[in-house]
Ligand binder design. Sequence first.
Ligand code: ACO
Length: 446
Amino acid sequence: MTTDTAQTTARTATLRLPDAPEYTLPVVVGSEGERAVEIAKLRDATGYITLDSGYASTGSCASDITFIDGDHGVLRYRGYPIEQLAARSSFVEVAWLLIFGELPTAEQMASFSRLLTDNELLHESLRHHFEGFPPSAHPMAMLSAMINASSCYHPDLLVEDGEEHFITSTAKLISKVRTIAAFSYKKSIGQPLIYPHPERSYCRNFLHMMFSIPYAEYHCRPAVLEAFVKFLILHADHEQNCSTSTVRMVASSGANLFASIAAGVCALWGPLHGGANQAAIEMLLQIRDSGARVKDVVEAVKAKQFRLMGFGHRVYKSYDPRAGILKDALRAMMKVSEASDNLMEIAMELEEAALTDDYFISRNLYPNVDFYSGLILRQIGIPIPMFTVMFAIGRVPGWIAHWYEQRRHGGRIFRPRQIYTGHTQRDYVSLRERGCAVDQDCSHSF
Ligand code: ACO
């Protein structure tokens, strides 16, 4: 089989396949010049599908939201460079930008912030759901379960009813996710739940719910708040990653916003995705506690005994820009608070060793967002099991933006094909014929 994509014009590709007529495919070009061969009608026309395990060369949609140039370490939300947003914007403003496409006016910003405040509480009956979880429950499990459960208390949000209604749904979800996350933490450590404070901003309020205790108010240092805001902005979107593709996949079936976002939380949990921030810090702790030398760790990674968590990326083949910003933010926060962290020293030593080693150089393995994010969260005082939840809070606006885009422009349900590799047809053989004795209990299995 040949897959000749030689173009006769700038806008078509020709595919020659065995036992099928030559087929001309349209070439699609994005606003930043990325090119794709459009294959939606390929199977109908030729009987062939494409096979791309892990989707390394598959675009699942066209999207206006986020642009990544992985070769040059570029990340932009709606055209704005991540460096500018991290330095000058707020999380709520970035959330609006991602979901609605433009930076908000002062009026939009004020009314959206008001909506976030108005919706920060959980229904009291929903709050009682936390009592059903065992103390050992992972907060990611609680988060996804509670997002789904909250839809039961807001059935109005399950219908789609125009832009104003969607703005309200968005504010409810972004606001309640923060409250659910903080309540999950309080539940896991057996402390009383701290209610949100209506006069606090989104990020400050979250830290208040996490760290205040009755009669002892948490005082948030500016350097901590600044680092936390940066953390959330940097995690707010990253185009068609595993969890976002999950959200779009679920949305394509017509599922509501809450169900789709809950599915995204589950996908994020995995250690190859958002769970890597927890895995990375656990790896650093293990290195520290075992007294292993960084040199030996690198050798073990090269021998494929384990992966360097927080390293490597499907899209970035250069330094992940988010990792660089987080590393600087971490240094700034530690300088202001005169803090030290021996895990930071190990991380930097590991980075240096990896970036000068041929194994990592030849595979384009650089630190990704998760390499330094855990160290920032540690400095803020966030416990390790909550790390991936922090990522989820940051990612909710991106998921909502993709859900909305999928609903408005997505079209058909996502339904990939497969190449079947199992048995060809064979005939059923009963238990008895397969040698099960009559007096054995195997006939009661139904
Ligand atoms: N440590 C050591 N080797 C690695 C690493 C790593 N972190 N990542 C990739 N490699 C190696 C692989 O072993 C493979 O080597 P080989 O060619 O000798 O077989 C090669 O690099 C390519 O690896 P793939 O698994 O094919 O790369 P892929 O693009 O599928 O995976 C991923 C990307 C999952 C991020 C991978 O780099 C990884 O597992 N990293 C560690 C987990 C992590 O940090 N995940 C967070 C990603 S960012 C995010 O989701 C928010």
